[in-house]
Write a protein that binds this ligand. Structure first.
Ligand code: CP
Length: 309
């Protein structure tokens, strides 16, 4: 297929073919990452700006490394040291970056729709690195890539997403991607964080953790998004861990080949016990490794690269 998009704003608007094309392209870039010389000249002469107006370890580093592997120049904007703190608007900041010939702007923002807003008036490619509780498209792509690599397929798998669904952009992007690719998605957690309204996205909703994990081929754990919660959603962290955390006992009742996933950052002893996070069933660090290949593919295609290259 011919990739036509210059922006990656979300998974919701992608077709199944586009998602599969991105995953296949990422597989090719993963092979590049296994060579002695890991750098290719695809984005030589292009400039990528990482505009992260929310904290990040994995996504920001991964986009920077991906761009460098593609030979682009990379600028990281530290928002606390930028003119945003002097009252400059996001629009003016972005226009100034474009005036400096930014070709690709990777943005993370606490407001849902911030990347879509920039895409309306900028010529540069806009890549969504997380917008509020809305979408985190490259996280869902790297999660799908990891599942496909480990399980050989996504269709017909039972995928349970367990935790704070309500405030999670990772959950929304995963739901859209996994249902498009034919997985059966179960959402689980406390009723305050997993409302039944999510059933309208084609998912099963349960508040019974034992039922949610029993038949799961993949268990994707999410942390509590305290930074987005405006009121107390459960009595205490200790109670959450006791009721919904993946501990040793619950782990022993999962399928012996169920993958344990987490987008990070993990809160050990809350949504996941340390020995499970570090077990051989956990693919948490492989997700991070795969994120590099996925982001190389996204940058390459949105910057106009062709598959035969
Ligand atoms: N998974 C994820 O988005 O991690 P960061 O917040 O560290 O980028």
């Amino acid at each position: 297929m011919n990739w036509q998009r210059k922006n990656l704003l979300g998974i919701q608007e992608l077709t199944t073919d586009e998602i599969i094309f991105l995953l296949d392209s990422a597989a090719a870039f993963k092979q590049v990452g296994e060579r002695t010389i890991k750098k290719v000249p695809s984005l030589r002469g292009k400039t990528l700006v990482n505009l992260f107006i929310e904290p990040s370890t994995r996504t920001r580093t991964s986009f920077e490394l991906a761009a460098k592997r593609l030979s682009a120049d990379v600028i990281n904007i530290n928002t606390t040291a930028s003119s945003l703190v002097k009252g400059e608007t996001l629009k003016d900041t972005a226009l100034n970056l474009e005036a400096l010939n930014a070709d690709i702007i990777v943005i993370r923002h606490s407001a849902a729709g911030a990347p879509h807003f920039l895409a309306k008036f900028l010529q540069a490619s806009i890549i969504n690195a997380g917008d509020g509780a809305h979408e985190h498209p490259t996280q869902a792509l790297l999660d799908a890539f990891t599942i496909r690599e480990k399980k050989g397929r996504i269709a017909d798998l039972n995928v349970t997403i367990l935790g704070d669904i309500l405030y999670s952009r990772v959950a929304r992007s995963n739901i859209w991607l996994l249902t498009k690719l034919g997985a059966r998605v179960t959402l689980a957690g406390p009723s305050t964080l997993v409302p039944r309204v999510f059933e309208q996205f084609g998912c099963r909703v349960t508040h019974d953790i034992e039922e949610a994990i029993r038949d799961a081929d993949v268990i994707n754990l999410l942390r509590i998004q305290h930074e987005r919660q405006r009121k107390t959603m459960f009595p205490s962290i200790g109670e959450y861990a006791a009721m919904f955390g993946l501990n040793k006992e619950r782990f022993s009742r999962t399928k012996p080949d169920a993958l344990i996933m987490h987008p990070g950052p993990i809160n050990r002893g809350v949504e996941i016990d340390s020995e499970i996070a570090d077990s051989d069933r956990s693919v948490i660090l492989e997700q991070v490794t795969n994120g590099l290949a996925v982001r190389m593919a996204v940058l390459f295609l949105c910057a106009g690269g062709k598959h035969e290259d």
